[in-house]
Design a protein around this ligand. Structure first.
Ligand SMILES: NC(=O)c1ccc[n+]([C@@H]2O[C@H](COP(=O)([O-])OP(=O)(O)OC[C@H]3O[C@@H](n4cnc5c(N)ncnc54)[C@H](OP(=O)(O)O)[C@@H]3O)[C@@H](O)[C@H]2O)c1
Length: 332
């Protein structure tokens, strides 16, 4: 397939690019600063906000997978929140415009979204898991800090831009994605592994908050399914069926890395740590118990449905520098 990936230079883009190129797709990445040369990938400059020559790459492509957005791993200052919002809303709007004006628009537009759109799991009766039908959209939970509402607002506006786009000939899917776990440097798994090896990988604030996650390999396989399945439109949860409480997530990581001790942290200690690491505690403390209703309904089988096996696989892959990890276990 001819596939265009706006924002495909980041962590998720890395795992996806490699997999799509390996299966023979023609991949074009849109980037504000394309710096690298990579076999099988074409890089085209865009600004993420306005139409330009880059839109020619969209015309005649079969699929667009838009991943662009300023990283959320930062302090939630007013300025950072504004950039988080604008980079997502603007890039989605302009991707929609490029598709709308294409003579030969893509058959499918997969738009990144986030599992963070759902309410904190502790705000629901019985703390039930949330799929696309049973889930509650967040933003008005009484049990969480008020400022967490803004992340949900970003997610809603992000999805709304795709819904509002005038692209009648293109199937649209919003990827409500949980934490994508890959062994690559700089990703979430790398960060959690680093904490674990420093003996800091214990429960945070009691550790009962759920963590939703998906193995990178399953993320790629789910995207491949969504590229093909013409009957699937709208929001789809990309999360493993086995979200785990944070304390269990860290316990499995300690086991995978052979580390006995993981110091627990109170909420105040986590706040201090997040300040030092220039990130926000919402990423650690919000309870995300998101499950894949529509993927399972579509017959998708997870290779890594449960976290202990996923963590063991990822740490094995991370330890093997001689055999760089490909999304299907091939070298890349
Ligand atoms: N990683 C996860 O576990 C996860 C989970 C759920 C959702 N997501 C979402 O999935 C997307 C990709 O995640 P990721 O981890 O790959 O993120 P990432 O590593 O931060 O990459 C995102 C890419 O977006 C582009 N970008 C950044 N700021 C931009 C702006 N102002 N305008 C246009 N493009 C901009 C950058 O590309 P250039 O610098 O090359 O332009 C960057 O490489 C993000 O939107 C993220 O919120 C990620």
């Amino acid at each position: 397939m001819k596939i265009v990936i706006p924002g495909g230079t980041g962590q998720v883009g890395g795992v996806l690019r490699r997999a799509l190129v390996a299966r023979g797709d023609e991949v074009t990445v849109l980037s504000r600063r394309p710096e690298r040369l990579e076999d099988g990938v074409r890089y085209v400059v865009w600004d993420g906000r306005t139409l330009g020559a880059w839109a020619e790459a969209v015309d005649g492509a079969e699929a667009v997978i838009n991943l662009a957005g300023r990283t959320v791993s930062c302090r939630y200052t007013d300025e950072n929140l504004r950039q988080m919002m604008n980079s997502r809303v603007d890039s989605t709007r302009v991707v929609g415009e490029a598709i709308a004006q294409a003579a030969a628009p893509p058959r499918v537009w997969l738009q990144m979204s986030t599992a963070t759109i759902y309410a904190d799991a502790r705000s629901r009766p019985d703390d039930l898991p949330q799929d696309e039908t049973t889930g509650t959209i967040g933003g008005s939970e009484p049990v969480v800090p008020l400022y967490w509402e803004y992340s949900v607002r970003i997610a809603r506006r992000w999805e709304q831009e795709q819904t509002d786009a005038d692209t009648p000939r293109t199937r649209r899917v919003a990827l409500r994605t949980a934490m994508v776990m890959t062994p690559d440097r700089g990703g979430v798994y790398d960060y959690l592994s680093w904490m674990t090896r420093l003996r800091l990988g214990g429960a945070v604030a009691g550790g009962q908050q759920y963590v939703s996650w998906i193995h990178g390999e399953d993320f790629v396989r789910a995207v491949e399914l969504l590229l093909e399945r013409d009957d699937i439109e709208g929001p789809v949860n990309l999360a493993s069926p086995g979200p785990v409480p944070q304390r269990d997530l860290m316990r499995s990581l300690r086991k995978a890395w052979g580390v006995g001790l993981g110091l627990p942290a109170t909420r105040a200690m986590a706040e201090l740590g997040a300040l030092v690491l220039r990130t926000d505690t919402e990423l650690l403390l919000k309870s995300r118990r998101v499950v894949p209703g529509r993927l399972l309904e579509a017959g998708f089988e997870f290779r890594y449905p449960s976290w202990p096996e996923a963590a063991a696989d990822l740490s094995r892959a991370r330890r093997a520098p001689a055999a760089p990890y490909g999304p299907r276990g091939q070298g890349v």
